[in-house]
Design a protein around this ligand. Structure first.
Ligand SMILES: [Zn+2]
Length: 189
């Protein structure tokens, strides 16, 4: 997709946070999110922090991101149902709650670019603000309906459709294959 590379990256993180931290079903099985230290480690990995880095993700920050992931899920579900108003109001609420504000940063030899900072100066807070902003950019664009929830049976994982024609319906290739196989069997029995 072509919002800009930063937006694409944070929307991808939003998808992974929802799929990692919210309970439901995944690829035909019940999905229970990780807990405790495992959850902190998984979230740190999603955010590209690396486990041995100087910054360790605490339980409180993992809690904060879990709450954000639940709110992000509602946005994906609303768009999937065609209820863009609810999705937009949800994103506005998240922008308020995360105190998202743009800030120009320059680091690691990159040119100046916009980052989004959140409440408290924590990495989790900044990511929450970034994810909310990323979804705001998507919903405010012509590609607002590119957020989705997997349509395969027993799966409610979310995705962002970056295909050119916008025809994606599944979270993953395994779900697409499950549905294809079931349809094939149905035709041949
Ligand atoms: Zn799926």
């Amino acid at each position: 997709m072509n919002f800009n590379s930063h937006t694409d990256a944070v929307v991808a993180v939003a998808v992974t946070l929802v799929n990692t931290l919210t309970a439901g079903e995944s690829r035909g099985r019940v999905y229970t999110p990780p807990a405790g230290e495992e959850r902190s480690a998984v979230v740190a990995r999603v955010l590209g922090m690396g486990e041995q880095g100087p910054y360790r993700l605490g339980a409180r920050e993992a809690d904060e991101l879990t709450v954000v992931a639940e709110a992000l899920r509602v946005v994906f579900e609303s768009v999937a149902k065609g209820d863009i108003d609810t999705a937009a109001h949800g994103v506005n609420r998240l922008l308020d709650e995360t105190d998202a504000r743009p800030h120009l940063d320059r680091h690691d030899g990159e040119p100046w670019h916009v980052h989004f900072h959140g409440r408290g100066g924590t990495l989790a807070g900044d990511w929450a603000a970034s994810c909310a902003t990323g979804l705001a950019v998507v919903l405010g664009s012509e590609l607002y309906d590119r957020l989705g929830v997997c349509t395969a049976p027993h799966c409610d994982r979310v995705y962002v459709d970056v295909s050119r024609n916008g025809t994606r319906r599944f979270c993953s290739t395994p779900c697409q294959n499950r549905v294809k196989t079931a349809a094939f069997r149905a035709r041949n029995t």
